[in-house]
Design a protein around this ligand. Sequence first.
Ligand code: ZN
Ligand code: ZN
Length: 407
Amino acid sequence: MAATEAGSLCAMCKNLGTQSCTDCREIRYCSQACQKSDWPVHELLCKALKDFGHEKRPGPNFKRAIYFPVAGPKPHFIWLRISDDAVVDLSTVPEDTTDMTLAFAVTNNRVLHRVLDTTLAFVAKMIQLRPKSATASPEPNRSLTTVDEEFLRFWGGPALVFGFKDEDGQKRRGCDLGPMDFRHAVDHFRALYYKGQSRRIEHIEGDKVKGVRLNCLGDTDICQRPQFEGLDVSAAACTWPTEVKSSLTENIDIPLVIKKLPPALVWRDRRLQHSTSHNHKIGHLNPDSKDYAVTIPDAPSQDQADAWMFVYEYHTEITDIGSVIVVRKDGKPLYPSHLAAIADYFAAIGHCSMTVCTNHEQLTTAAKEEFLTSGSEEEFKEYYVAWTQLNLESEGDSGGIRSPYDV
Ligand SMILES: [Zn+2]
Ligand SMILES: [Zn+2]
C-alpha cells in the first residue's frame, strides 16, 4: 500500500475512512461502529488538540509529541524540540529523562497491517521482559493504564512517542503527531504487551510435552497465527485442571486438558466483520457446555437438518472462550492434525445426529444425549486414516500423520 493512502483509511479497520471526528477533525473512521469502539482511547487526546495548534508552537523546531507521565493521570501532547539534524532535545520533556533510554522506531501498524505515513519513535520501558535485571524496575507508568489497565505492570517510567518523516527519501525531519498517530501508538503498545504475555505463558521450565494452541478468531485473522498451532508445553500441564470441558474426547480415549489463554489484546476493542465468534473449533470439542442447550427459536417449517445445523452453528458462534492450550492428560504428544481431526470428527457426528430428531424438544434433549455418548476409539481410528488422506497432503505436519493411538 502506498504510504500516501494510509491517512485516508479508517483508524480501526481496513476500510476507507469516509467520516472524521467532528471535534478534532484529525482522525478518520469508516463507520459509527468503528468510531465508537475507538472512543475510549481517542477521547484521551481529542479535545486537547485545540490547545496544540500551529499558532501555539514555541518555535520552528518544536514538534507536537505524545507524552505519558509516570504518575498519570493520562497521556497528553507536549512540544518537543527536534533539531534539523533530527536530534531530540530531551530537556523539553517535562519529567526526569535519565531513565528514558530504550527507543524503537515503528513504520507500520502490525494490528492493521498498514504502512504508516509517519515513522513513530518510542521511548518506553517494558518492565516484565527484564525481571532479573540488575537495575531496579522502573516505576509503573500510570497514564498508560487509561488506555488499558493491564499495562500497569508492563510499561514503566515515563514514555514518549514522537514522529519523523523521510523527506525526499533522504533526510529525516521531526513532524507533528496527532490523534491518528496516537491510535497507532496505542496499537503498538498493545501488540508488544500481548507478545510479552504470550511468551510468558508459553515459557517452559522442566520437562516438556507436545501440545497445541487452538487459536481464536482474533489470533488467526489479525495476528496471523495458524488455527491449530503446535508448541511445546510444560509437562506439568497434563495435570492441570481442564478449564473447558470436553467429555467427548474421553469417548475416543484421548482425554484432553484445555486451558484458556488471556484475550488477544491487540484486537479485543475491534469490530470483526463476519462474526462475533471467538473460537469456532473449540465449540466442536465442547458441546456439553451449558450453552449447548440453547432455546431454539420457533421455526416449525424448517426441516430438521436446518434446525439442527442452526443449533450446532449457534453453539459454536456463541462460544466466547478465546484461544486455548490443549495437551493430552496421558502425557503423550498431541499434534495439530490430531486436534484438528478430533474437532472435525465431532463436528461430523454433530451434524449427523440430527436424524434422530423429530421435533424441537428432541433436538435439545435426545439429540444432545445421543451426541454426548457418541464416538469411539475404533471409529475415530478409522476416521483419522481417512482424514489424514484428505487433509495432510499439503500440511507437512509429519508428526501428525502418525495416529494419535500410536505415539
Ligand atoms: Zn476527535
Ligand atoms: Zn472502520
